[in-house]
Design a protein around this ligand. Structure first.
Ligand code: ATP
Ligand code: MG
Length: 286
């Protein structure tokens, strides 16, 4: 059910780093259309040789992404298998991961961040309607296709990346490391349900509005686990209405988390000027 890409059609360029059991490179792919050779810039995600047993899960992620199509979901072109090398070939997204982008940018406006949040909610709504759980939503897995320019009324454009290898295979240390993005109930069952993505959406919102800072940064795995055992919440954002939405999404009882429709409605009712007034009055110097 997925498109197989010939290894000869791939060209490898620089390495972009490691993911969860993966190695990531930039590259290009050639194909013949109407007798003409076309070259497309791609991202090549290679499954680590010492985690070969994860190939089914790895290709399941690729298959999921190739079966559904939405403007805010990353395009997966197919897979390539060469000798023992398993490769996921996907769209190369120009500005890379959102967490890194936010960390290196000095001034990103609130309305820019709100646009990103709305786009992610739109992708989640699409998945919810199809009854599909993503399972690995975080700012690192949001890729920035268009930078936009807050001052020129030009919005950013994001794409949600593939979920990668299933948590059941990644092992306890990786799962603990994903606190607070991974929903608390997943720690017990290692199974993901629709509601898990709502929790992850909440912590991703937190991350976006804290300029890409990882929530609970600096806590070791045991402390992270205790955070959940004590039913703790992330530090509350100063923008009350947004903070409230994050709290709703990150409810320990999955059934209490809002639907995507409700998330979208709440995001649409947020007025950026409320936040800006909060800053202008100096209630919270930055
Ligand atoms: P995980 O399954 O945990 O998400 P992964 O294998 O997807 O792991 P990441 O850590 O998400 O790996 O990605 C590593 C880095 O690769 C990102 O920080 C980003 O900079 C870059 N990257 C990933 N996908 C793309 C893409 N499609 N286009 C451009 N850059 C990308
Ligand atoms: Mg990823």
């Amino acid at each position: 059910q997925f498109h197989m890409i010939k290894h000869e059609d791939l060209t490898w360029k620089e390495s972009l780093g490691q993911g969860s059991f993966t190695h990531i490179s930039r590259g290009s792919k050639t194909d013949q259309r109407d007798g003409v050779t076309h070259s497309t810039e791609v991202l090549l995600k290679v499954l680590d040789a010492n985690h070969k047993n994860c190939w089914e899960s790895f290709f399941e992620a690729a298959s999921l992404m190739s079966q559904i199509s939405h403007k805010h979901l990353l395009l997966v072109y197919g897979i390539s298998v060469h000798k023992s090398k398993n490769v996921m070939v996907q769209e190369f997204v120009k500005h890379g991961a959102l967490d890194l982008y936010l960390k290196r940018s000095t001034s990103v406006s609130v309305s820019w961040k709100l646009d990103v949040a709305k786009q992610l909610a739109c992708a989640l709504n699409f998945l919810e309607e199809k009854n599909i759980t993503h399972g690995n939503i975080c700012a690192k897995n949001l890729l920035l296709a268009r930078e936009g320019d807050p001052s020129a009324d030009n919005s950013p454009f994001i794409k949600l990346s593939d979920p990668g290898i299933s948590m059941a295979l990644l092992g306890k240390d990786v799962v603990l490391d994903r606190i607070p993005w991974v929903a608390p109930e997943v720690l017990d069952t290692l199974e993901i349900e629709l509601e898990c993505d709502k929790w992850s959406f909440g912590s991703t919102l937190w991350e976006i509005f804290n300029n890409g800072e990882a929530p609970l940064q600096g806590l070791d795995p045991i402390q992270k686990q205790q955070f959940y055992e004590h039913f703790s919440n992330l530090p509350v954002l100063e923008w009350t209405e947004l903070a409230d939405l994050i709290i709703q999404c990150m409810q320990y009882q999955p059934e209490l988390r809002p639907s995507c429709r409700s998330i979208i409605r709440q995001l649409n009712s947020l007025i950026t000027s409320d936040y800006e007034i909060l800053h202008a009055t100096g209630t919270h110097p930055k």
